[in-house]
Design a protein around this ligand. Structure first.
Ligand code: SAM
Ligand code: FES
Length: 353
């Protein structure tokens, strides 16, 4: 195992079988070693900087019915909302004042946000704050739509692949959704010059160690600019309500491995990680993550964007959320930095920094 870990740090590549062995055979000693190597390589590229992205949850209306997701179409107990353009701009203005230079617009696949509306909002944010990056996380759209939004000024797009195994994908989503289309979207986003983020849940129902090994191989071959991973957490009004949550331990172990696979990747310590463990985000950073995403959504909608049970940060004002995370990072020796926080890699042809 030590040989495999050493080779991973050296070559940034393993076979699927080796990734599998690394996950299967994990223990405290190997986790410690991976953490040490991951932190070292991240420090060489990013120092002790932790980047912030302001998350704005623009709508919880969704035409999809993902089995794991609390805002899925079939959840009749979900109280629906949609922010107006002005509310979104107000979130950005407040965020700008708090030092944010990246805004992430995330939401369900809400058909209200067609190209004209969403493109207009992207343009509006870019004209108010030309020095900021706009990231979209609005699900699967057509090539033309992604192209138009890019022309309107969107810089980055987050679309988790959810699982690298098409059969596993089919157990997490209704038949109307397909793994092939998800991968097609990711390829199209990249071809359009977006900085692209993929990712997956750790401990999602029916996930095997082999699946996770394939996820790692996908990160190795696709080389996303960002990679969002966090534990699956059940939501009481979904078909997966009785499945157990993923663990902080395995999530952190995988964060370290991903940092070694792709040293320059932007890797968030997610809200889900902070939900399964009060110091989960700190543990994520100490395992190799380098991004946090404080919530900038209006406080009155936060509880409604409930992807999973007991989601944290739903009661605080944006300024409190920002301050809380800065303080948490300071306590473990890291500094939250102001700035766009672009991908710092220069080892792949699609880098644009
Ligand atoms: N609609 C967009 C999309 O599908 O990409 C963005 C919103 S979607 C809610 C964002 C991510 O939340 C998903 O990619 C999924 O990985 C994560 N998520 C949803 N339900 C979750 C759960 N129960 N536990 C942990 N993460 C979850
Ligand atoms: Fe649409 Fe979760 S099912 S955002």
């Amino acid at each position: 195992m030590r040989e495999i870990i050493g080779r991973l740090a050296e070559t940034h590549s393993l076979t699927v079988e080796e990734y599998e062995a690394l996950i299967e055979g994990r223990n405290d000693e190997y986790a410690g070693l991976l953490r040490k190597l991951a932190v070292r390589v991240r420090r060489e590229i990013y120092g002790d900087a932790v980047y912030v992205r302001g998350l704005i949850e623009v709508s919880n209306i969704c035409r999809n019915d993902c089995y794991y997701c609390g805002i899925r179409r079939s959840n009749a107990n979900c109280e629906r909302y949609r922010l107006t353009d002005d509310e979104i701009y107000a979130c950005c203005d407040e965020g700008y004042g708090l030092g944010f230079r990246t805004f992430v617009l995330q939401g369900g696949e809400d058909s209200y946000f067609d190209d004209e509306i969403l493109g207009g909002i992207v343009r509006g944010i870019k004209s108010r704050h030309p020095d900021c990056a706009v990231t979209l996380s609005m699900g699967e759209r057509s090539y033309d739509s992604y192209e138009f939004l890019r022309e309107c000024g969107a810089d980055r797009y987050l679309l988790r692949h959810e699982t690298a195994d098409p059969e596993h994908y089919a157990r997490l989503h209704p038949p109307a959704m397909s793994w092939d289309n998800r991968m097609k979207c990711l390829e199209e986003l990249r071809s359009l010059g977006y900085q692209v983020g993929c990712g997956f849940m750790v401990g999602s129902p029916y996930q095997t160690v082999r699946n996770l090994a394939e996820d790692l191989k996908l990160v190795e071959t696709f080389r996303p600019d960002m990679c969002g991973i966090g534990p699956f957490i059940p939501h009481k009004d979904t078909p997966f309500r009785d499945f157990p949550a993923g663990t902080v331990e395995l999530t952190c172990y995988l964060l370290s491995i991903i940092r070694l696979i792709h040293p320059a990747v932007l890797l968030p310590a997610t809200t889900a990680l902070g939900t399964v463990d009060p110091v989960g985000r700190e543990r994520g950073i100490m395992a190799g993550a380098n991004v946090v995403m404080p919530n900038l959504s209006p406080v009155n909608v936060r509880k409604k964007y409930e992807l999973y049970d007991n989601k944290i940060c739903t009661g605080e004002e944006s300024a409190q959320c920002r301050e809380c995370l800065s303080e948490r990072m300071r306590k473990i020796g890291y500094e939250v930095v102001v700035g766009r926080g672009d991908f710092a890699g220069n080892d792949t042809p699609h880098d644009r920094v």
